[in-house]
Design a protein around this ligand. Structure first.
Ligand code: AQP
Length: 320
């Protein structure tokens, strides 16, 4: 089984990225041939500063490796270092109905939030389809926000294979329901562009400030508190051991504990959860050449595979 996923170097990686995609991807590297990439071509739609893009790519590489991506088990690379992705994206574009892209929520959400409506942003799902299909991927671990883009990919496989024969492989999304939408500090989906994120490697002082600032209702300390829809509890379930989660749930239901105390517990559990990753990240950061070597080797391996698929596709459509 071949597993593929990507992450954009468009800002600081957050708990939504980690629990929604990186953790499931790291678990899946034990179960198949994993290909994970830093989606720098996608990030061009939002990052216009070349230095920031380079720095973000480096940070994402450190973050993913520190969180458990094992380069001996997974092929890890930068999207732009594999030739052919843009070629396949164009070939797929040629048979992508406009209506399919016009229905995508992500484009509408992003432009509503003020992002410039560029062709790149609009055509993002086609580039994503090329990423997935060029490696003949079976399974794609993603958060729920990417479900619709996976459906676009599947539609494009159908259209391409109907037109040119059975060339492209049909992929499946892998969405872990319990972490499919990680809430942000304001209860909405945690997202860089909503400014409601908690970074995986958030500095302690800022982590405390953000968590202590989570919005809560005005239930008095002694009263029971609603467990449904509580951002504190939802995040705590991700970072705390099960017995501590059960204790917080009971304290919510029984009353007598204030939100301030719950937030302190969440802060401590978050810090403890990511402490081993923090230490590993510091080690990796001290040896930059290792990270570059990993990405270079990954790009070579991914490039061999991509070239084979692209060759089949080019022949099928009549380009040679
Ligand atoms: N809140 C989330 N819950 C679950 N999964 C999430 N992902 C992102 N946010 C959540 C998953 O992380 C993977 C990589 O995402 P991306 O690099 O494509 O970035 P994104 O989805 O665009 O992340 P943001 O923070 O929401 O960025 P903006 O604000 O730019 O849109 C994906 O698998 C995604 O599902």
């Amino acid at each position: 089984m071949r597993i593929l996923s990507g992450i954009q170097p468009s800002g600081t990686l957050h708990l939504g990225n980690y629990f929604g995609m990186m953790k499931p991807a790291i678990e899946l590297q034990e179960r198949g041939e994993a290909f994970y990439f830093i989606a720098d071509l996608h990030a061009l739609t939002t990052v216009r500063d070349p230095k920031a893009l380079a720095a973000n790519c480096h940070d994402v590489a450190l973050d993913f490796l520190a969180c458990g991506l094992d380069p001996k088990k997974s092929c890890f690379f930068r999207q732009s270092e594999v030739p052919g992705i843009a070629d396949l994206a164009w070939i797929l574009s040629a048979l992508t109905p406009m209506g399919l892209l016009e229905r995508c929520h992500s484009y509408k959400d992003k432009t509503t939030r003020g992002l410039t409506p560029t062709h790149g942003l609009f055509a993002y799902p086609v580039l994503m389809a090329a990423d997935i299909l060029i490696y003949e991927s079976d399974l794609v671990p993603v958060g729920r926000d990417q479900k619709q883009h996976l459906e676009v990919t599947r539609d494009l496989v159908g259209k391409f294979n109907d037109a040119y024969g059975d060339i492209l492989k049909m992929p499946e999304a892998h969405i872990q329901e319990s972490t499919a939408v990680v809430p942000g500090l304001d209860g909405a989906k945690m997202s860089k562009s909503y400014h409601n994120t908690i970074g995986i490697f958030e500095e302690e002082k800022s982590l405390r400030k953000k968590i202590m600032g989570i919005k809560t209702d005005s239930t008095p300390v002694e009263e029971p508190k609603p467990t449904q829809g509580s951002t504190i509890l939802d995040l705590y379930r991700l970072v705390a051991p099960p017995e501590e989660v059960a204790r917080m749930e009971a304290d919510f239901q029984n009353g007598g504990v204030g939100y301030g105390d719950f937030k302190k517990r969440l802060f401590e559990a978050t810090l403890a959860h990511f402490a081993p990753f923090r230490a590993r990240r510091a080690e990796l950061a001290a040896n930059d050449s290792t990270v570059l070597d990993i990405l270079e080797a990954g790009a070579r391996r991914a490039g061999d595979l991509a070239a084979k698929t692209l060759d089949k596709v080019r022949r099928a459509v009549g380009l040679r």
